[in-house]
Ligand binder design. Structure first.
Ligand code: NAD
Ligand code: IPM
Ligand code: MN
Length: 362
């Protein structure tokens, strides 16, 4: 029996609701494949602010480093949204990404053929969507200094700084080429090079790195146009590589290409070991969904698919990851679906029920 250590950070709102369902599915994986998952759970985000006065304790970060992978729900909510607050739930996820060196955020966007009929967009537009958005995660405007607000005689002011080093850009762009090489060999680099110096440097580096990948075609698009092309011709995209903020925004948009916000998983990775695995953090791209939190109706799909990514990318359990992904597909195909993508004429399943059905299908 192989044993793996997993850090569990449920967070706030629906974070805790969906992570419980991912654990059910992981229990099914333990049974079926004879593994053992040992969990260390901790409080992060708003819940940690309430209890400890900080969103992420040093001990939590240290605990994550002792594990093989981190499974993260989501943090934040109206209770902690005072714009003047010094401590904010979101500091937990930012601190984990930075503290664990997780610079590469992989967000796959795939439309299941059987869902293409009942989403907000036309079937012809979304039916062949299959892309990966690679988002830079530990640099850019999220972390640049100075970042602060102040007042002077002319009123209130605030500054954020978009800063990137060549090395930070190169490693993520290179990874974009590597991912594209393993797929349909087309990389879209998204920037705002008509306005931003960071983007002009980004484009320059992307053009240089491209020389090492003659087998991969590269296309540069401005982020505003990309937002439009994602809706107009989403199936054309293979791998998109982009900076932190652009990737954040574009993937919320892209979630609708997969049916809903409750569908997109993500993996946040740092440097990898020789066998390709290494510590990673796995979380849905969605947040704490305050509008539905506590109602038991959140979709656990994104969280469960994030657990599958964890099995594959941090634990090296490819067959197990496949089994989870197949179980999700089988259940959704059968018409047993969450309320955000209901099947016509069928009653949607609540969070816990859908989690149990998917675990059963594993
Ligand atoms: P959100 O992703 O929480 O919700 C956006 C919309 O999508 C809502 O209508 C919500 O009901 C729906 N939705 C999200 N997840 C869903 C699911 N699993 N099933 C069904 N519907 C789902 O974004 P928001 O409302 O802008 O943010 C709420 C809070 O979450 C904020 O405090 C934000 O900072 C935080 N947030 C945290 C993370 C994270 O921890 N990684 C990510 C995004 C947002
Ligand atoms: C995400 C979220 C986070 C981000 C927030 C909560 C810090 O929106 O993971 O997409 O902006 O990266
Ligand atoms: Mn986001």
């Amino acid at each position: 029996m192989t044993s793996f250590k997993i850090a569990l950070l449920p967070g706030d709102g629906i974070g805790a609701e969906v992570i419980a369902e991912a654990c059910k599915v992981l229990t099914a994986v333990e049974r079926k494949f004879g593994h053992r998952f040992e969990y260390s759970e901790d409080i992060v985000g708003g819940a940690a602010i309430d209890k400890f006065g900080t969103a992420l304790r040093d001990s939590t970060l240290a605990m994550c480093k002792r594990n093989d992978a981190v499974l993260f729900g989501a943090v934040g909510g109206p209770k902690w949204d005072d714009p003047r607050a010094k401590v904010r739930p979101e500091q937990a996820i930012l601190g984990l990404r930075k503290g664990l060196g997780l610079f590469a955020n992989i967000r796959p966007v795939k439309m299941y053929p059987f869902l293409a009929n009942n989403t907000a967009l036309k079937r012809e537009v979304v039916k062949d969507v299959d892309m990966v958005v690679l988002r830079e995660l530990t640099g850019g405007i999220y972390f640049g200094k100075p970042q602060r607000r102040w007042s002077d005689s002319r009123g209130r002011k605030a500054v954020d700084t978009m800063r990137y080093s060549e090395a930070e850009m190169e490693r993520i762009i290179r990874l974009g080429f590597e991912l594209a090489r393993g797929r349909r060999k087309h990389l879209t680099s998204v920037d705002k090079a008509n306005i931003l110096d960071t983007s002009r440097l980004w484009r320059e580096i992307a053009t240089e790195v491209a020389e090492d990948y003659p087998d991969v075609s590269i296309e540069h698009i401005l982020v505003d146009a990309c937002a439009m092309h994602l809706i107009r011709r989403p199936a054309d995209f293979d791998v998109i590589v982009t900076a932190n903020l652009f990737g954040d925004i574009l993937t919320d948009e892209a979630s609708m290409l997969a049916g809903s916000m409750g569908m997109l998983p993500s993996a946040s990775l740092g440097k990898r070991g020789a066998d390709g695995t290494g510590l990673g953090l796995y979380e849905p791209i969605h947040g704490t969904a305050p509008d539905i939190a506590g109602k038991g109706i959140a979709s656990p799909v994104a969280m469960i698919l994030s657990a599958a990514m964890m099995l594959r990318l941090s634990l090296g359990l490819e067959r197990e990851a496949d089994a989870v992904e197949k179980a999700v597909a089988k259940v959704l195909r059968s018409g047993q679906r969450p309320p955000d993508i209901p099947a016509k004429g069928k009653r949607p399943l609540k969070t816990k029920r859908l989690g149990s059905v998917i675990a059963q299908a594993v």
